[in-house]
Design a protein around this ligand. Structure first.
Ligand code: SAH
Ligand code: SF4
Ligand code: F3S
Length: 476
């Protein structure tokens, strides 16, 4: 959901490792994840369930007994990458006919059993709410049957499952706080692949944060498709079915944020994704109140034009969005802001594209994730509108947006030079073993000489220079 990338590179595959389980069954799992942070977080639930079954992991799929790929369906390109990957698994299946290949996540949910017809090599298809069923599904596949469970749930939050932290650095971790989405943005497949929105018991969230802190973690990112609509009412009931008293006793997102911030002042708290229509000032005041809640908000805008926003069913206008930006600047003056933009949505005109560019000029985002519109089956837009902006126009508009964002990002980074940043160290810099990297509260990457510091330390770094998105400095 949020890293310092400005183009559509958020869909990456990553093989993930678990440590040895207590009762090994001798079988090896190869687990790969695509898509958003929510999917990576889900893979940690999957790993936990399989670890309990005795699986160890491998990062070589040729030696795996089970290959799971946790998939994304957000854009056509994301699905193509998964299909490409499946053809590579075919080679492993040739050498080992016993090998089980499972497709998990959003693409599994979208295609359901159709997946088995389209991709003969797939044995198991599992949607995001059915991971508890994985041991049964594997057993069924081992008996030579194809196994599918794509049931979506109104309650499942996996609240009681302790995720196995995969491929991590022991410093930052994700915590899911809601699942699903009720928003029905016209372009978006997520409500279809992840079902209705439900919030997770705050006590289990706070406990997970506390356990992570005790294990040495120093940063948690609270995850939800729309964190601002988080609402715990005891039984997972929806707002519209509650009395005023019940709503008064409920836990809202700002209250949850405060509870997690209070776990320990040395634990940084981040969150993603905020929704412009639901982001209230009380959330902003809570961020401002606690030093350990990071001054960084990912606030996807999608378009700078009100007519397009209306067609997208986003629930806000350009003016409303800019008012939210003003509120952030007023309440949290040092806050960095990032966005998602979709260009070339159905019937978007050149003037409307210019409105997106002018909104970017008005906000001057620190980071951005920018995409060309990709029509998704079943969505409102697919059923109601024509995907009529030609590919070359989409791509030209996208490059204009990306170029402008690069300019703004560089400008924002430059403003950090000459200042001291409190950096949470995340690891050794890719470019040099003698350098560490981490992020400041605004989520800008800062690189500095290692000395005796280590991941998990907070270090005050004076930034002396920068590249487009990275500050370079030394500890003071
Ligand atoms: N819940 C988050 C976004 C989840 S999807 C939110 O509401 O902001 C991440 C991003 O992918 C979206 O913000 C959007 O910019 C992009 N996206 C979603 N559907 C898309 C589509 N059909 N084509 C292109 N980009 C899309
Ligand atoms: Fe998709 Fe909109 Fe929900 Fe985000 S808020 S996941 S864009 S439907
Ligand atoms: Fe995430 Fe992709 Fe699903 S962005 S919610 S994995 S469709």
């Amino acid at each position: 959901m949020s890293e310092n990338k400005v183009i559509d590179e958020s869909i990456q595959g990553e093989a993930l490792m678990i440590e040895k389980p207590e009762k090994a069954n001798g079988k090896k799992l190869f687990l790969e994840s695509y898509g958003c942070a929510m999917n990576f977080s889900d893979s940690e639930i999957v790993a936990s369930i399989l670890k309990d079954e005795g699986y160890t992991t491998t990062n070589d799929f040729f030696e795996a007994d089970v290959i799971f790929v946790n998939t994304c369906a957000i854009r056509e390109g994301a699905e193509q990458r998964v299909r490409q990957r499946l053809t590579e698994y075919k080679k492993a299946k040739k050498g080992n006919p016993e090998l089980i290949v499972g497709v998990l996540g959003c693409m599994a949910e979208r295609l359901k059993s159709k997946f088995l017809e389209e991709e003969k090599l797939v044995d198991i298809v599992v949607g995001p709410d059915a991971y508890r069923d994985l041991p049964n599904l594997i057993a069924s596949a081992e008996d030579g049957n194809k196994a599918v469970n794509v049931l979506l749930s109104k309650e499942e939050t996996y609240a009681d499952i302790t995720p196995v932290r995969l491929g991590g650095n022991g410093v930052n971790a994700f915590i899911s706080i809601t699942r699903g989405c009720d928003n029905m943005c016209a372009f978006c497949v997520v409500p279809f692949t992840r079902g209705r929105e439900r919030s997770r018991d705050p006590e289990t969230i706070v406990k997970e944060a506390q356990d992570l802190f005790n294990d040495g973690y120093r940063e948690v990112t609270l995850l939800g498709q729309n964190v601002d609509s988080y609402l715990w009412t005891g039984g997972g009931l929806k707002k519209e079915n509650l009395s005023t008293d019940e709503i008064k006793n409920a836990t809202t997102f700002s209250q949850l944020l405060e509870k997690v911030a209070l776990v320990n002042p040395e634990l940084r708290v981040r969150f993603s994704t905020s929704h412009p229509k639901d982001m209230t000032d009380d959330v902003l005041y809570t961020i401002a109140k606690y030093e350990n809640i990071c001054s960084y908000i990912h606030l996807p805008v999608q378009s700078g034009n009100t007519r397009v926003l209306e067609m997208m069913n986003r629930g806000y206008t350009r003016e409303w969005y800019l008012n939210r930006i003003d509120a952030i600047r007023r309440i949290i003056p040092d806050c960095s802001i990032s966005m998602d933009i979709i260009t070339g949505f159905c019937s978007e005109t050149e003037e409307e594209h210019q409105d997106t560019l002018s909104l970017m000029e008005a906000v001057k985002y620190d980071f951005g994730y920018m995409f060309a519109y990709s029509e998704r089956p079943k969505t409102l837009a697919e059923r109601k509108y024509k995907d009529d902006v030609p590919a070359e126009v989409k791509s030209r508009r996208l490059s204009e947006i990306v170029a402008l964002q690069l300019e703004h990002s560089a400008m924002r980074t430059k403003r950090g030079v000459g200042k001291v940043h409190k950096v949470l160290v995340e690891g050794v810099s890719k470019k040099s073993k003698e350098q560490l990297f981490g992020r400041n509260t605004q989520s800008t990457v800062v690189v500095f000489p290692k000395e005796n510091f280590k991941p998990g330390d907070y270090v005050n770094v004076l930034a002396e220079s920068c590249t487009g998105a990275t500050l370079i400095g030394k500890a003071i």
